[in-house]
Every structure is written in structure tokens, then in C-alpha cells.
Design a protein around this ligand. Structure first.
Ligand code: NDP
Length: 385
């Protein structure tokens, strides 16, 4: 019988919800490109309910316990002697969400001799030391595509929020004010701007598709080029590298995984080559941008705005400089954890667990590391040291 250790974010401060703003979720048949949504044999939760917090348990408890497995769910992951650290020593499976990452460092992996499977209930497995997972023959799997569109919508929202100066204008209303000049003196139209994405994978391409109707000029860079018909349909300009692309852009959105090639990419040097007053949106991973370089660029005016939802570490400490830097539109890490996304990644997590417990193959597109190597999506999108 297996022990499954699941690290989830805390319940709402007022307690687990007893009612929701809407009655159901829209039905989606397939992801763009044709990949099927998760196909577990069953689910024990109501789509649209809060599944990503501790009491939601990703809807896994009755499924696992009915088969005699043990499920431990906690949000306590960072402090010395945390529940996560205590329970990890004899866990077979760890489940974690990027929004509240249980950092599976090489040291922790060394203290978890039974660990065979690390599931990311979401997308982005950089909270797992992939080199250590490879060395210890731990399978790493994530629910590819489960929240890619959720994030793309968030990116579109943040681009418009920054360019139109939405958040300060909303603040004006909250404070009882009406100074229109204050609101509009940093407000522009997106129309006609040059918008570029670093990476045009599932999220990056979805962002490009969503922005196309705004009559902007679209740019991208990626390790692999998109099909020619997609480039033509969206009138895309391809650049060989981020360095080649960003000087042309008014808005840059980062949609690449965090791995050795992308860590620290947006440093003083690269940001210094951007147009003065460009906007940078990062919903990928915080460490792709140099924390202090972003602050400096906002203070000097080199960047007109920075927005995103990814921080390091997570949760971000109260004195993290991104909370107070000028002209930012940061949120906690929420873009991929809408109730809609939760239903998909809870079902995908169950699908991965069912396969692993039954000894049947996990879908290739869900695999990041398997059998001591990068595998599946991981082999395509990640690199190791
Ligand atoms: P995909 O795997 O579909 O796309 C990632 C793309 O990044 C691939 O096209 C890959 O290229 C490209 N890439 C990798 N390295 C580089 C590089 N050095 N330069 C340019 N492009 C590069 O993933 P998704 O689009 O679904 O997700 C992307 C990332 O977004 C995730 O890894 C995660 O970190 C983040 N994310 C954030 C969420 C949130 O809630 N904020 C939720 C979900 C994801 P190729 O495969 O062509 O080699």
C-alpha cells in the first residue's frame, strides 16, 4: 500500500466555502491542438468546487483510502521540522502545486528513500530538483495543458491592465477620488504595439492567439519554430533569441519553463536593451527574471510596468520588494489555479495516480522525468545541468 503526501495551499481565511459564485463550469471537449482532457476512471468531487486547498484534497481521499492507501494532506512545507519534512521520509508519492510549491530539493530527495513519483498538480516542475530525480529514478509528471489557457487569459488581462493603467484607476475609485488626469497620464492603447512572447508553447501560443484581434504586431522566440501556417495566420515575426526579440517590443510576455537556459534571463543587460517604457509580464517563473533588476528598471523608468503572479520563494515574504515596487500589477500565484483549472488538474492528478498504482503507462505528454531521464514533455521543453 502506498503513502501519498499531498502539499496544498491553505483554506480561505474565512474557512472552506459553503457556496460558490457560479453553479457550474463550462464544458470543454478538448484542448487546442486536440489533446484530450484528463481521463481518470472516475472523480469524487464536484467540478467548480475549491479543490486546491487543504480541505479540497484534490478530491483524492475516498479514491485512495478505498484502495487501502494512505493520504496525508498538509500546507506546512517550509519551516524546520514541517509536516512535509516529517512525512516525506516514508512517502511513496509527493503531490504538489506550483502555486504552493513543496520544494523537492536534492537534500529532501536524499531523505526520501521510498519516493518513486512526484506529481505536479499543475504545470511546471521546477520545484523538483530534476537532476536529483533523474539520479534517484523518481518519475516526475505534471498535468500538461490543464491550466495553459487559464494562464494565457491571465496574461492578456495583465497586459491590458498595465498598458491601460487599470489598477491605479481602480484604486482611485476605492479611495473616493475622481482625478482623471492622474488615471490617464500613464494610460495607452495596446493597438499598434509590438508584443513578443519568450516561448510559444501551449501558453505562449494561446497568448498570441488571444492578442491577435487587438491589431498588434506579434513576435515570438522559441527553441523550435511554429508551423508556417500558424506564423502566417497570426502574422508572427520569429526571432532567434530573446535578446534578438526584446528590443523590438513594447510588451514582452515570458512563457518558458524555468530551467538552466532560462534562469536569470531578464537581467539588467537584457532589460537594458528593451525599449524605454516597455512592459514585462511574467507568469512563467520568477527566477527567469532577476528580482532586483526588475525593481531597478521600474524605478528608473526603463520598464513602464511589470506584472505576473510568480515569485521566489512562494509564498513571498512580506518584505519581498516586488510587493512595493512602482507600477507593478502582481498577484499571488493564482493564474493557473482558477476553479476551472483545479477541476482539470485534480482529474489529471487522479489519472496519473491511477496509472501508477495500476502499473500502466502514464501519458507521454504528462512525463517530465522517467526511468532516469528527461521524458515526454520534459524531454522537449526542459534541460538539466
Ligand atoms: P509548454 O511546454 O507547452 O511550452 C514551453 C515552451 O517553452 C516550449 O515551446 C519550449 O520550447 C519553450 N522553451 C523552453 N526553453 C526555452 C528557451 N530557452 N527559449 C525559448 N523558449 C523556450 O509549457 P506551457 O506553455 O504550458 O507552460 C510554460 C510555463 O509556464 C511552465 O513551464 C510553467 O513554468 C509556467 N506556468 C505557470 C502557471 C501559473 O500559474 N502562473 C501555470 C502553468 C504554467 P520547445 O518545447 O519548443 O523546446
Amino acid at each position: 500500500m502506498a503513502k501519498i503526501l499531498c502539499v496544498l495551499y491553505d483554506d480561505p481565511v474565512d474557512g472552506y466555502p459553503s457556496a460558490y459564485a457560479r453553479d457550474d463550469l463550462p464544458h470543454i471537449d478538448r484542448y487546442p491542438g486536440g489533446q484530450t482532457l484528463p481521463t481518470p476512471k472516475g472523480v469524487d468531487f464536484t467540478p467548480g468546487q475549491l479543490l486546491g486547498s487543504v480541505s479540497g484534497e484534490l478530491g483524492l481521499r475516498s479514491f485512495l483510502e478505498s484502495q487501502g492507501h494512505t493520504l496525508v494532506v498538509t500546507s506546512d512545507k517550509d519551516r524546520e521540522g514541517s509536516v512535509f519534512d516529517q512525512e516525506l521520509v516514508d512517502a511513496d508519492v509527493v503531490i504538489s502545486q506550483p502555486f504552493w510549491p513543496a520544494y523537492l530539493t536534492a537534500e529532501r530527495i536524499a531523505r526520501a528513500p521510498k519516493l518513486k513519483l512526484a506529481i505536479t498538480a499543475g504545470i511546471g516542475s521546477d520545484h523538483v530538483d530534476l537532476d536529483a530525480a533523474i539520479a534517484h529514478n523518481i518519475t516526475v509528471a505534471e498535468v500538461t495543458y490543464c491550466n495553459s489557457i487559464s494562464v494565457a487569459e491571465h496574461v492578456a488581462m495583465m497586459i491590458l491592465s498595465l498598458v491601460r493603467n487599470y489598477l491605479p484607476s481602480y484604486e482611485t475609485v476605492l479611495k473616493g477620488g475622481w482625478n482623471i488626469a492622474d488615471c490617464v497620464s500613464r494610460s495607452y492603447d495596446l493597438e499598434g504595439m509590438h508584443v513578443g512572447t519568450v516561448a510559444a508553447g501551449r501558453i505562449g501560443l494561446a497568448v498570441l492567439r488571444r492578442l491577435h484581434p487587438f491589431d498588434v504586431h506579434l513576435h515570438y522566440t522559441d527553441r523550435y519554430r511554429l508551423p508556417r501556417e500558424v506564423e502566417e495566420q497570426l502574422n508572427l515575426t520569429f526571432h532567434e533569441s530573446a535578446a534578438a526579440m526584446v528590443p523590438h517590443c513594447d510588451v514582452v510576455t515570458i512563457n518558458a519553463p524555468l530551467h538552466p537556459e532560462t534562469e536569470g534571463m531578464f537581467n539588467d543587460t537584457l532589460i537594458g536593451t528593451m525599449k524605454r517604457g516597455a512592459y514585462l509580464i511574467n507568469t512563467a517563473r520568477a527566477k527567469i527574471a532577476d528580482r532586483d533588476a526588475v525593481v531597478r528598471a521600474l524605478e528608473s523608468g526603463q520598464l513602464a510596468g511589470y506584472a505576473g503572479d510568480v515569485w521566489f520563494p512562494q509564498p513571498a515574504p512580506a518584505d519581498h520588494p516586488w510587493r512595493t515596487m512602482p507600477h507593478h500589477g502582481m498577484t499571488p500565484h493564482i493564474s493557473g489555479s482558477s476553479l476551472s483549472a483545479q477541476a482539470r488538474y485534480a482529474a489529471g492528478t487522479r489519472e496519473i495516480l491511477e496509472c501508477w498504482l495500476d502499473g500502466t503507462p502514464i501519458r507521454d505528454e504528462y512525463l517530465i522525468v522517467d526511468k532516469g531521464n528527461l521524458a515526454g514533455t520534459g524531454a522537449h521543453s526542459y534541460s538539466v545541468k
